[in-house]
Design a binder for this molecule. Structure first.
Ligand code: F6P
Length: 374
């Protein structure tokens, strides 16, 4: 019997998702004679059994298309808002899977999606995942599709900000996506020639940042570009966060645990707020230069995927069908040293690929005189 595939995209959209769906579909239908249906809007589409048949015609014209034509959402199977209640909808998903006589469910997504997909694998569903995110922070894969496109967009933005910063003798603080990791800020900051790059992995000291900018002024360069990852954090705040985490770990009774958890959540909430404006104001005061803020935001996720992302999505998507054909499930298709590998999901979930402090890019940034704020 020809195999039947279900496919969905979950989490934030990312360039290359349509190219990956197309690659899975064309290989499955054209080479193996399998069938495929797509579920709309991530895991919610599975709960509500909202799907469409993906035949040859539906898979045409997708390669260059940004976003995901299936739609996406950040819904989690085990904690989904239904009406005004948050409910565990895992059983409904399992039911939809069987109702559609699926042999496998392919989930395209970031770190959260890998976790949600793994939970479904634990419930007995055949699952394969593909790694997408502009953040490039999924463990066990060298890279993720979406990252290269976003890197290009952020680099071009930093390029363009140079001429206006230079003309007005200003600091420009550029907010770059990356809540937990700094791959996008570090990569585009180096490629775009930022003068300061602040990333979550290296808590910054505002005085070190201002010194770097003042030093440039002394050399006659009285403008600076400061590339800041969303999750960048000052040394003081990082310390407070660490203390709160320790308190949570050391809490001995229920009451203490609850209190420590609430404190940590509050700190995380405060940290999630955009802090580029505060940083910009601090730098104005410390350097005497005028400063402006540019938040790149969702521009970084929009539009057609780069050639590298199209290639990667096609490579991972086609290899995924080889796995389906050999009935290898519970894996994420990863790229490791230019080769595609199937990595067991349990080795992927619960981890985050941070930038190692001895990474070549960190060294390279320092060597070309970029301040990392520490
Ligand atoms: O995970 C991808 C990402 O673009 C992050 O870089 C960013 O912090 C987040 O998604 C934004 O999410 P949303 O589009 O839901 O606001």
């Amino acid at each position: 019997m020809a195999k039947s595939i279900g496919i969905l995209t979950a989490g934030g959209d990312s360039p290359g998702l349509n190219a990956a769906i197309r690659a899975v579909g064309k290989t499955a239908l054209g080479r193996f004679g399998m069938q495929m249906i797509g579920f709309r809007d991530g895991f919610r589409g599975l709960v509500e059994n909202r799907s469409l048949r993906l035949d040859e015609a539906a898979l045409s014209g997708l390669l260059t298309l940004g976003g995901t034509f299936l739609g996406t959402s950040r819904d989690k199977p085990h904690r989904m808002l239904i009406g005004n209640k948050v409910l565990d909808m895992t059983d409904a998903i399992v039911e939809t899977y069987h109702k559609n006589h699926l042999d496998v469910l392919v989930c395209l997504g970031g770190g959260g999606t890998q976790k949600n997909a793994y939970r479904l694998a634990e419930k007995g569903l055949n699952i394969i995942t593909l790694p997408k995110t502009i953040d490039n922070d999924i463990a066990m894969t060298d890279t993720t599709f979406g990252y290269d496109t976003a890197l290009g967009i952020a680099t071009e933005a930093i390029d363009r900000l140079h001429s206006t910063a230079h003309s007005h003798h200003r600091i420009i603080v550029v907010g770059i996506m990356g809540h937990n990791t700094g791959w996008l800020a570090l990569g585009s900051g180096i490629a775009g020639g930022a003068n300061v790059i602040l990333i979550p992995e290296i808590p910054y000291d505002i005085n070190v940042v201002s010194q770097a900018i003042r030093q440039r002024s002394r050399q006659g360069k009285n403008f600076s570009i400061v590339a800041v990852a969303e999750g960048a954090i000052s040394k003081e705040k990082a310390m407070i966060m660490q203390e709160a985490m320790q308190m949570k770990m050391q809490a001995i009774n229920k009451e203490e645990k609850k209190e420590a958890k609430a404190r940590l959540e509050q700190l995380e909430l405060e940290h999630d707020k955009d802090h580029t404006l505060e940083l910009s104001q601090q730098l104005e005061e410390l350097t005497g230069l005028e400063s402006r803020v540019t938040i790149l935001g969702h521009l970084q996720r929009g539009g057609t995927p780069s050639a590298v992302d199209r290639l990667l999505a096609t490579q991972l998507g086609t290899a995924c069908v080889e796995m389906i054909n050999s009935e290898t499930y519970g894996v994420m298709m990863a790229i490791r040293g230019n080769k595609v590998e199937a990595v067991p999901l349990e080795e992927v979930v619960g981890k985050r690929k941070m930038i190692p402090l001895d990474h070549d890019w960190v060294e390279a940034a320092k060597n070309v005189g970029i301040s990392l704020g520490a």
